[in-house]
Design a protein around this ligand. Structure first.
Ligand code: AVJ
Length: 324
């Protein structure tokens, strides 16, 4: 027998075909410096490893943001208002969303958007079970590209985009600006944005968060090569690449690298790639903002900073912005 939530849930699938992925990966690995999109981290194993990262004592962002959402959830809910359509970009397990949903009994519908179909469907089912009266409309898509917003049954007062986790930090300034514009378009002229951004702080705190003692982040980083091996017919030797996390002061970001341990040749999708000894693949940039710096950036995309909430140590911020 199917559960009621299975009957009601309909997945909108805008997930691109695998071919463009291979082309994109090859393009990045032919560039100087070599780079790949952090989006590729999140296959099933990568998503599991990320969940483990969130539990690490060194990795403060997740628990800090959760605490802010808990402490200031009522204020945030008041900003979102009644009968809104909540659209979450990169919803993952939708764990943080629950803190908002608990305080938004009149929400018109919830639209989780994620590139990982399995994660998305599991999360959508689980949310649907916990909130039986809420219309849950999952969209499988790469949220950096325009996608169609589903039309909920109920009348919507306004569209509010939810983008927690400081995922915005993964985007270089021009890409972040583009994404903020995509969100502005999705939210429309009366919409809002709830976005979590990690803040600039002590360099040691920052680097430890991305290079933990247990090596979970290293495994998370290296998993992308394993994924290329299994999904793109690559032959990366995982023992010949090493995880590295460095703070780039000028760009205000942590950079995650995979460093080739020797000169080596790797084949991916039938194409040959050369690596020098010590040559790095840039796998992720994690930009750290100031509250004012982020507001300035968002303003260029048509967002007006309305309110923000911080933890005691000012490690992390949750920001509410209005279209306007
Ligand atoms: C999911 C992008 C917010 O940048 O902190 C965690 C990803 N990478 N550890 C981050 C990540 C390494 C994370 N975001």
């Amino acid at each position: 027998m199917r559960s009621p939530s299975e009957v009601r849930l309909q997945l909108r699938d805008h997930h691109p075909a695998p071919e463009p992925f291979v082309a994109e990966v090859l393009k990045g690995l032919r560039d100087t410096p070599k780079h790949i999109s952090p989006m590729y981290f999140y296959d099933a194993l990568g998503s599991e490893l990320f969940d483990r990262i969130c539990e690490l004592k060194e990795y403060y962002p997740t628990r800090t943001e959760l605490r802010i959402l808990e402490q200031h959830g009522n204020d945030i809910a008041r900003c979102i208002g009644d009968d809104a359509l909540l659209v979450e970009f990169g919803s993952g397990s939708s764990m943080k969303t629950r803190l908002l949903l608990d305080r938004l009994p009149s929400l018109a519908a919830y639209v989780p958007v994620d590139i990982s179909r399995s994660h998305l469907l599991n999360a959508a089912h689980s949310i649907s079970e916990s909130y039986p009266h809420l219309e849950v409309m999952p969209v499988c898509a790469d949220f950096t590209r325009p996608f169609m917003l589903p039309t909920p049954t109920r009348t919507v007062s306004r569209v509010v985009v939810f983008f927690p986790g400081s995922t915005i930090g993964n985007f270089d300034p021009p890409a972040a600006l583009n994404l903020l514009r995509v969100m502005r378009r999705v939210a429309g002229p009366t919409g809002g944005l709830v976005v979590g951004t990690d803040l600039v702080k002590d360099v040691n705190v920052l680097t430890r968060a991305y290079d933990d003692a247990e090596g979970v982040t290293a495994a998370f980083n290296l998993n992308v090569l394993r994924r290329f091996n299994s999904e793109m017919g690559a032959n990366f030797d995982l023992d010949q690449f090493r995880h590295r996390a460095v703070w780039n002061e000028a760009a205000s970001r942590i950079e995650m690298h995979l460093v080739s341990q020797r000169q080596q040749t790797v084949v991916l999708a039938g194409e040959t790639l050369e690596f020098e000894a010590d040559e790095a693949i840039v796998t992720e940039h994690c930009h750290k903002y100031t509250v004012a710096g982020f507001a300035r950036q968002a303003a260029r995309a048509g967002w007006k900073a309305h309110a923000h909430w911080l933890d005691d140590r000012a490690y992390f911020s949750v920001n509410y912005l209005d279209a306007g």
